[in-house]
Design a protein around this ligand. Structure first.
Ligand code: GUN
Length: 283
């Protein structure tokens, strides 16, 4: 059996088209959905990520402003700028690119963003809303994974989902989203004793560790859905995920590729959250 591919590029295009349509509707009411992206320092990867976010936004009809600051920007200056943006009704989403320079307290910076504009879904209020099932912003990567499951018509009720990884921005929120859809959820991590025993029971596996070959074919139940959140490089420098794709695709029922899987969906969900922020502000 060879798994069917869940095409993140194609699904992201569909999501972006939907966002573009809803953005036009808001614009017709005189509202321009707008995202402020704050970049501190000159980390090359962060520069690329933020320019992608700005480009994705403008191509979809959202307004994006990318503000770049030097690495030695005092923390209180950044906090003051965030407070200004919080108070600016023409700005609907605020994103501070991580990592921040070492002299800054990332938690303090994120908690300064108004939860109503927290389109990354990183604020403790956003995390709390997800835990309690209240409206809030969901972190883009796990939100994108949920969209991928939805796109194949997968009913999570009563299914066993195993999430490998417990980060605040992927593993933990992923588990809560799966739980909200009535899956039975297991979170595995570096101290898990027998990962293979867990994954072999899983109807859905989400691998979000950041290490190659965390999931191999012998660890997967035939027909399972495998979502690969990893972004690594192999020995040849080629982009790869956490899953041994070539092996696992012979056992799984569905699988997401890397590249072209979760990555484009993460980017698309930021647009969804920004549009949502604008729609909520206009409601
Ligand atoms: N750095 C790497 N990924 C992200 C992300 O999704 N949001 C922010 N703010 N910073 C990041």
């Amino acid at each position: 059996m060879t798994a069917q591919l869940i095409d993140g590029n194609a699904l992201a295009r569909k999501v972006r088209d939907e966002v573009a349509g809803r953005t036009q509707a808001l614009k017709a009411r005189g509202i321009q959905p707008s995202l402020a992206i704050l970049l501190v320092g000159d980390d090359p990867a962060s520069k690329v990520y933020t320019s992608h976010k700005a480009k994705d936004s403008t191509e979809t009809g959202l307004k994006a402003t990318l503000e770049s600051y030097p690495a030695d920007l005092p923390e209180d200056r950044l906090l003051a700028r965030i407070r200004e943006l919080n108070a600016d009704a023409s700005v609907h989403g605020i994103l501070v690119q991580l990592p921040l320079p070492k002299h800054m307290d990332a938690s303090k910076v994120i908690e300064t963003i108004s939860p109503a504009k927290d389109v990354d879904g990183f604020h403790v209020a956003s995390a709390g809303a997800l835990v309690t099932g209240q409206p809030g912003f969901w972190p883009c990567t796990p939100y994108g994974c949920m969209k991928m499951l939805e796109s194949i018509g997968y009913d999570l009720r009563g299914k066993h989902a195993v999430v490998i990884g417990r980060s605040n921005i992927v593993g933990k929120p992923m588990a809560l989203m799966l739980l909200q859809k009535n899956a039975t959820v297991t979170i595995c991590h570096s101290a898990t004793r027998d990962l293979k025993a867990m994954t072999l029971q899983a109807d859905v596996v989400v691998a979000a560790v950041g290490k190659r070959n965390v999931l191999t074919a012998d660890m997967v139940k035939p027909g399972a859905v495998v979502i690969d959140v990893g972004m690594n490089r192999n020995d040849a420098g080629k982009l790869c995920g956490d899953v041994d794709f070539d092996g696992v695709r012979e056992v799984a029922g569905w699988i997401t590729p890397v590249p072209g899987g979760v990555g484009p969906m993460t980017r698309a969900m930021l647009l969804v959250n920004t549009l949502e922020a604008a729609e909520r502000a206009a409601a």
